[in-house]
Write a protein that binds this ligand. Structure first.
Ligand code: ACO
Length: 431
């Protein structure tokens, strides 16, 4: 197997070293291309660019493989839980029982917010988008914990255990509090004796005289949703986190930038778009047949929750989430939901239709996750917030990789300039 590729440019020939990953992935190292030839590479949208090496997550989209730190997602979904998987993603190894209980204790200890921060949250207008609140509140953690957010990576890494537990635990409290504020409801403080998911659901839905206690199926559906979103290598928000971290920014600022990127409808908004689509189909009195015909003819919207830039096979997360979804529905007593019936019809038709089969368009995780969130009573404008809760361990792990890299260079892509050539300034009276 070649260990370099030869590139012939004008009258020059240069060798580009081949970089090989642990699973045999191959890339060309073009680091010296510009210095030696004056050329840069051009890859609009980074579809073919490896921006870093990373030890966190492996994806093979052709086969439908997703592994965190080497462990298949199917095994983690069956045998682990979100908190343990978060530890694995962040620290690189499954925790011993001692490490796991210490991590859980840290999460409990850091669940309540500083009272000043609670006041900050309650001062947002009720109609604020929860992603705007989340990104601001997450960044403000750097103000409440300045010793953990010095913007000096070496110093910030000394407190990484605390900072990472604070980020994971408080993002959940911030999310729940901002929901209560948006409804004008009293805040529910976290309970130290509750698990991660139970505590979130309690902070969301308990009322002064009615404690919300989720069924095990509901808690487990949420747990699985979060676990399945824990990392997904160099997607838009994670690349943003790494980009910001590469300038030396602290964990909270970098994670807040990830929330901003995730807010975009092309990234974190797809699960919401699935529900919108199902509602529109229902409002049109369609059972999905007309919608699919229009999508195939390119005359209507795409079938949201189908297809994936990386997975050209069944999204492994979609397979896993589907069965837990039905258990949660049964435990909540949800049977004849018209949107659910439409979703099932769409799935059945698309999986047997040559248009979708030949284009390798399978259900992605968002197809079911929106339905799960809806069944759990999470409002639609919080679906992306839930994604952020799940993705926090991945952002933390990827921040750590950047911060701990002793040979770190600031990320600074180049461009091909296509603007006006040099011209002379025109005085205002002549424009
Ligand atoms: N419905 C109908 N047709 C589709 C769909 C869809 N959901 N997705 C792709 N196609 C068709 C395209 O029209 C195109 O057809 P053509 O070859 O006849 O022109 C072909 O499949 C390839 O489409 P691309 O846009 O090139 O595929 P790409 O890999 O770039 O897009 C994407 C992936 C953006 C996810 C796309 O499948 C899509 O828009 N899906 C719906 C939105 C969605 O569910 N997004 C969530 C992604 S998962 C996540 O972000 C966590």
């Amino acid at each position: 197997m070649a260990n370099f590729a030869t590139l012939k440019l004008d009258d020059k020939e240069i060798n580009l070293p081949v970089v090989t990953g642990t699973e045999g992935e191959k890339g060309l190292d073009i680091g010296k291309l510009r210095a030696e030839t004056g050329y840069i590479t051009f890859d609009d949208g980074f579809g073919n660019t490896g921006s870093c090496t990373s030890n966190v997550t492996y994806i093979d989209g052709e086969v439908g493989i997703l592994r965190y730190r080497g462990y298949p997602i199917e095994q983690l979904a069956e045998k682990s839980n979100f908190v343990e998987t978060a530890y694995l993603v962040i620290h690189g190894e499954l925790p011993t029982s001692e490490q796991r209980s210490r991590f859980s204790q840290l999460l409990s200890r850091h669940a309540p917010l500083h009272e000043g921060m609670t006041r900050f949250l309650t001062s947002f207008p009720r109609e604020s988008h929860p992603m705007a609140v989340l990104s601001s509140a997450l960044n403000s953690l750097g103000a409440y914990y300045p010793h953990l957010a010095t913007n000096n990576h070496q110093r910030d890494l000394e407190y990484f255990e605390d900072a990472s537990a604070i980020a994971i635990s408080k993002v959940r409290t911030i999310a729940a509090h901002s929901y209560r504020v948006s409804r004008g409801l009293p805040l529910n403080y976290p309970r130290p004796n509750y698990g991660y998911c139970e505590n979130f659901l309690h902070m969301m839905f308990s009322e002064p005289y009615n404690e919300y206690v989720p069924t095990p199926e509901v808690a487990s559906a949420l747990n699985l949703f979060l676990l399945l979103h824990a990392d997904h290598e160099q997607n838009c928000s994670t690349s943003t986190v790494r980009m910001v971290a590469s300038a030396g920014a602290n964990l909270f600022a970098s994670a807040a930038s990830g929330v901003c990127a995730l807010w975009g409808p092309l990234h974190g908004g797809a699960n919401m778009a699935v529900i919108e689509m199902l509602k529109n189909i229902h409002a049109d009195g369609d059972d999905g047949t007309r919608f699919i015909a229009a999508a195939k003819a390119g005359k209507g919207d795409r079938l949201m929750g189908f297809g994936h830039r990386v997975y050209k096979n069944y999204d492994p997360r979609a397979k896993i989430i589907k069965s837990s979804f039905y258990k949660a529905l049964a435990s909540l007593g949800i049977k004849d939901d018209p949107l659910l019936n439409i979703a099932m019809k769409l799935e059945e038709v698309a999986l047997n239709d040559d248009y979708f089969v030949s284009r390798k368009l399978y259900p992605n995780v968002d197809f079911y996750s929106g339905l799960i969130m809806r069944a759990l009573g999470i409002p639609e404008n919080m679906f992306t917030v839930m994604f952020a809760l799940g993705r926090m361990p991945g952002w933390i792990a990827q921040w750590h990789e950047v911060a701990a890299n002793s040979k770190l260079k600031i990320y600074r892509p180049r461009q091909i300039y296509t603007g006006s050539p040099q011209r002379n300034f025109v005085p205002i009276n002549l424009r």
